[in-house]
Design a protein around this ligand. Structure first.
Ligand SMILES: NC(=O)c1ccc[n+]([C@@H]2O[C@H](COP(=O)([O-])OP(=O)(O)OC[C@H]3O[C@@H](n4cnc5c(N)ncnc54)[C@H](OP(=O)(O)O)[C@@H]3O)[C@@H](O)[C@H]2O)c1
Length: 274
């Protein structure tokens, strides 16, 4: 896809792999909407991109640890734009940041489920009018190979909590949503895919986990860019990729009843109409 003039929103693009993807898309002439919590980090990125002679991105500040934050972001983007060619749901926290213990979002949901999955779910539906207006358009969910099945009797992991289980549950939730949404959007000219960008890239969340990085941000970023603009996947939807290659996700992703339960719960938690 020729990215010139395309409007792209990347959540969590003030740091890590999102920052790389934003920079590359700005280089290609896209109108890039960056998002994060930190104004200073956003300014540095805007200045770096502007200094190279590319159109400076627009920064949207929102904390996705509350559903009100996701609504605020969608409202701000919708006020400024009437179409969104690509939405990359990338913002996330790892298994150890901020702290390995169980935490809750402003809405009382388990924090990793809230930030990594539920806010992205809400954002997609709030931004859907803009995404539909830009069709053919794309949604990319940045998930992970770390996937843990959802225990529907304890989605908020009040028992046997670990940061890695919570992270992996949130990432499988994104993949289940991807499959579900791709089915829902058939015929609208919108594709939805998810991916594991790369294993242990050198980013804040990996360093916070005390893990020695194994991949570069560029490797993972290029895998995200493949789903954002690759011509070979223009008509592919509902898939999970490991880097550049299509891969099968955890079995629960293909369990229609489980996806239906997750959707019903997500609609209830976000207050969206069913
Ligand atoms: N790193 C890896 O090896 C790896 C592997 C598989 C999948 N992934 C996935 O890749 C994505 C990006 O990860 P990364 O490694 O680039 O992480 P990172 O460097 O830690 O960056 C995370 C980004 O998300 C934003 N963010 C975090 N919490 C937020 C919140 N409550 N509200 C709004 N924004 C928030 C951060 O914004 P601030 O600047 O405001 O903190 C930052 O821009 C994540 O979804 C992650 O699960 C990463």
């Amino acid at each position: 896809m020729d990215m010139r003039g395309k409007t792209v929103l990347i959540t969590g693009s003030t740091d890590g792999v999102g920052r790389y993807v934003a920079t590359e898309l700005a280089k290609q002439g896209a109108q890039v909407l960056i998002h994060g919590r930190d104004t200073a980090r956003a300014k540095t990125l805007i200045d770096q991109i502007g200094a190279k002679g590319h159109a400076a991105p627009t920064f949207y500040q929102a904390d996705l640890s509350s559903l009100a934050g996701a609504r605020q972001l969608a409202d701000a983007v919708s006020a400024d734009h009437n179409k969104l060619d690509v939405f990359v749901s990338n913002a996330g926290i790892g298994s150890q940041n901020p702290g390995p213990q169980r935490q809750e979002s402003a809405d009382g949901n388990e924090l990793r489920f809230a930030v990594n999955y539920l806010s992205g779910f809400l954002l997609v539906y709030l931004l859907l009018p803009l995404i539909k207006a830009a069709a053919p358009s794309r949604i990319v969910n940045v998930a992970s190979l770390g996937q843990h099945p959802i225990d529907f009797d304890d989605v908020m992991i009040t028992k046997n909590y670990s940061g890695s289980r919570a992270y992996a549950q949130s990432k499988l939730s994104q993949i289940m949503f991807t499959i579900d949404l791709a089915n829902e959007l058939k015929g609208f000219g919108i594709t939805v895919n998810s991916l594991h960008p790369a294993t242990y890239m050198n980013t804040t969340m990996v360093r916070a986990g005390g893990i020695t990085p194994m991949s570069t941000v560029e490797q993972g970023g290029d895998a995200i860019l493949h789903l954002v603009e690759g011509d070979d996947i223009a008509n592919k939807s509902g898939l999970f990729f490991n880097g550049m290659n299509e891969m099968r996700a955890n079995a629960q992703a293909y369990d229609e009843a489980a996806r239906k339960r997750l959707r019903a719960l997500s609609l209830k938690l976000t207050g969206l109409p069913s």
